[in-house]
Ligand binder design. Sequence first.
Ligand code: AMP
Length: 308
Amino acid sequence: MQNYIKKLPFSIVIAKQYFSFADYPAKNLLKIFKTVQELTSFRTFTKGSTGFVPTMGALHSGHLSLIRSSKNENDFTGCSIFVNPIQFTNPEDFEKYPSTLDQDLKLLEEEGCDWVFTPSVLEMYPKTVSLKFDFGNLENVMEGAFRPGHFNGVAIVVSKLFHAALPQRAYFGRKDLQQTLVIKQLTTDLGFNLEIRVQETLREADGLAMSSRNVRLDQFQRQLAPVIYQTISFLQTKILEGEKIEEMIAAAKYNLLTVKGLRLEYLEVANASNLQSIDNSYKGDIAICIACYLGNVRLIDNVVFMKS
Ligand code: AMP
């Protein structure tokens, strides 16, 4: 029997440890995969649709809302937890990125997530990657301009994760608006056979967008942080009232200058589908996007709305 088991594909051996084949793949049991081979061989056995939620861990309710959406729309839901070194442009940000793996696994199990992929850096990058993506104008603005190479790192890891997880749908948060546009372009250009689903940003009661980085804010910074969403909400109101966009951006920027401890990186009003600048004559979906530092912690946020 032992020899027989040794010859079985790895996923079957895993499966035999936990449940009978009549139940396979079993529900309500979080399966943990650490290698691409474990995950892909498991996925070839899963019948029905799989929704996939890529994350960098330190999970909060925003992440869990993506898991819930996936569970509503698919037979199975998987999540990845991987802090992707090649998408960080600031070494300190990478080193200080929060890690709460035990808590994350508990939350995923409570949500009824079916599996989680937690690879090592060596597993994802056995060799240095030299591939370079070019997303054109989309990556010359905002996050692309301030974090050169960031979206290349995102595109590489997301491609590798899609190949390993083979999902029918993948779930991303609108909080990273530019990332969702890059990933949609990546999916179309490389012909990944899956649907990209974008979910609304979850916020704290005071409006601060939930983010794994929020835990790095000290008490004073945390009290200041709601000004980010207040600023974009102010701009949204003024634009909908027909005020001049440029003047309102200047007023909002001036106001932020007076907030001690906050350093603005960008505040942009753009066409929400390609993030290029707009003027007052523009009609359609508008994005107001902001990036700023509170101390050493870099936070981003945005709102998307329709102007007719
Ligand atoms: P991260 O772990 O920061 O890479 O985020 C993983 C996914 O969760 C990304 O698609 C994010 O856009 C999404 N996400 C992060 N914060 C939120 C939030 N506050 N609301 C909704 N989705 C979020």
